[in-house]
Write a protein that binds this ligand. Structure first.
Ligand code: UDP
Ligand code: MN
Length: 567
């Protein structure tokens, strides 16, 4: 693997979904303007102001470390202990154990949220929280935050799915602790399912109308639940996500984040957060409390109608352990008639960390790569070439993604739209050119162009109106005219056109940035097919093309396409 491939592999394996965090404003800093004008109209029949349930409002010990979400410092003399315990969760486990499991946090909702109205007949929900070897205090704090800050009548149950944890405290000790909360149920899986199948195990036994998935190291903020359920009540095809706030992995402080963010992805399907540009906010007169349509959900925290989730075929059960499942569900929801929304009045803190603290049954990077390739094969249509073009090492190793028949059938059955539709309607700002370059392929020295005559390769005077001179340079590195691909033929530098073949079977060519990574051959077209690097060249007759030893100075080896869409 070359250095590029390595860095790409790493980029693929990682999931950086940290938002740009801002330190929380002091309590009361936003008090002004919070009590907006009261809406008293006929539409408010059968509705109520969002409930501000918070059992932690008057904390037992206001002086306790971390109270109100304030940062905590490791005491002198405890540094070593804190350091050594970090790896138990890849965050400051020592501090997590120090702060109260039912600490208060600041109400970080934008002004106006506490005045919003929701229906009296909101659906009930089952909270599903999967974990493997979660830190005791972090897990308890997650559960307590749900119980302390949710209207009890809306919580059907809280299902904790123990994904075959190895830690002893997550067995009888946890059962015993939770037995005092009748709504909390624990499912101890008998083998490691991985996050994706563990969630499904929880979903299958859930009794609530809505499934609300949460990670096992979160803190739900006041009023978090009703706004989510309100969206699902409005339409069962809405998948509602809270704003994910940041619990610092270092000092355990609770930090709010900017509201105007969307979940997006960049090639090759790396999830990320993108700020909505200020112009867009102004042009649309967006308010901080407005629902945000979200091309991709972060994955960990969302509410979905249970029946709808099963109609969508849940997650692809062929996805392993962790990663890519947020892409899969996002594409499926949008392309099959649903919507993904971020609900700014619903806020949940999450401990972001740099690495997963648990082991992967198989290699982590490979697992995520395979998951993403499955998603690409099922959902991306012709755009899967962009995925593979940006993760070319997957093409080289001819990754086995397993059986996809069920998933492809499901997509047909649900009559889902095309990925092109998704791009045009849901994520129009993603750059997704189907080829890297196209148009005439012009030689720098002779100003002649590559052409197809009948089905043979030719070199002619350039003519922009001549369709036979149009070629594509594809993400899979082919130089292509319709079904025909440029290919070395026979020995002695001969070249020809051959029917293109799927996978990595057609001869590939390096050009621009791809060629530059080898030598100074950016304008050249270098064959990857041969033992020795060889370059596309106009032969001395100036009427034919051939392959020859690359020479960076030779203008007969320099080429450019009419249009470049990506480098
Ligand atoms: N998880 C699980 N089984 C696994 C991997 C993860 O139950 O094989 C749980 C994990 O404990 C956490 C949630 O799934 O509650 C999401 O995982 P994680 O927090 O590591 O993902 P991240 O937040 O880093 O994306
Ligand atoms: Mn997490």
């Amino acid at each position: 693997m070359d250095a590029n491939a390595v860095s790409r592999a790493v980029a693929l394996g990682g999931r950086s979904w940290r938002l740009g965090a801002m330190q929380g404003t002091a309590p009361g800093a936003r008090a002004t303007g919070r009590d907006g004008p009261k809406r008293v109209d006929s539409h408010s029949l059968g509705m109520h102001k969002v409930l501000s349930v918070d059992a932690t409002l008057a904390p037992r010990d206001p002086q306790a470390p971390g109270q109100f979400g304030h940062p905590v410092a490791v005491p002198d003399g405890k540094q070593e202990e804190a350091k050594s315990r970090w790896k138990e969760g890849n965050f400051n486990v020592y501090l997590s154990d120090l702060i109260p499991i039912d600490r208060a946090i600041m109400d970080t909702r934008p002004a106006g949220c506490s005045e919003q109205r929701v229906h009296d007949d909101l659906p009930t929900t089952t909270i599903i929280m999967c974990f493997v070897d979660e830190v005791w205090s972090a897990l308890l704090r997650s559960v307590h935050s749900v119980l302390s800050r949710s209207p009890p009548h809306l919580i059907e149950e809280v299902i904790l799915v123990d994904d075959f944890s190895t830690k002893e405290y997550l067995k009888e000790k946890l059962d015993k602790y939770m037995s005092r909360f009748p709504k909390v149920k624990i499912l101890h899986l008998k083998e490691r399912h991985g996050l994706i199948r563990a969630r499904l195990a929880g979903a299958e036994v859930a009794k609530g109308t809505v499934l609300t998935f949460l990670d096992s190291h979160v803190e739900c903020n006041v009023g978090w639940l009703e706004p989510l359920l309100e969206r699902v009540r409005l339409s069962r095809a809405k998948v509602a996500c809270p704003v994910i706030e940041v619990i610092s992995d270092k000092d355990m402080s609770y930090m709010t984040v900017d509201s105007f963010q969307r979940g997006v992805f960049t090639w090759p399907m790396n999830f990320g957060w993108r700020q909505i540009p200020q112009e867009v906010v102004e042009k649309n007169q967006m308010k901080e409390t407005d629902i945000i349509r979200c091309p991709v959900m972060a994955g960990g925290l969302f509410a979905i109608d249970k029946k709808y989730f099963f109609e969508l075929g849940t997650y692809d059960p062929g996805l392993d352990v962790w990663g890519g499942e947020n892409m899969e569900l996002s594409f499926k929801v949008w392309m099959c008639g649903g919507e993904i929304e971020i609900v700014p009045c619903s806020r949940v803190g999450h401990i972001f960390r740099n690495d997963n603290p648990y082991s992967f049954p198989k290699d982590r990077v490979r697992t995520v790569e395979r998951n993403l390739a499955r998603v690409a094969e099922v959902w991306l249509d012709e755009y899967k070439e962009l995925f593979y073009g940006h993760a070319y090492h997957l093409v080289l190793k001819q990754l086995d993604v397993g059986d996809l028949t069920q998933q492809i059938q499901l997509r047909k059955k649900l009559q889902c739209r095309s990925f092109r539709w998704y791009l045009e309607n849901v994520y129009p700002d993603l750059e997704a050119p189907l080829v890297k370059a196209s148009g005439l392929l012009v030689n720098a020295a002779s100003a002649g162009c590559m052409a197809v005559e009948n089905t043979t390769l030719a070199f002619e005077e350039c003519d922009v109106n001549n369709k036979h001179q149009e070629f594509n340079y594809t993400w899979l590195r082919l130089i292509q005219h319709g079904e025909l691909c440029l290919a070395p033929s026979g020995g002695a530098g001969a070249l020809g056109l051959r029917r293109c073949r799927a996978g990595s079977h057609s001869p590939t060519w390096l050009h621009r940035s791809l060629a530059a990574s080898r030598t100074e051959l950016t304008d050249h077209i270098v064959s990857e097919h041969l033992q020795q690097p060889a370059c596309l060249e106009v032969d001395p007759s100036h009427k034919a093309l051939r392959l020859n030893a690359c020479d960076s100075a030779n203008p007969y080896q320099k080429w450019h396409f009419g249009n470049y869409y990506a480098d």
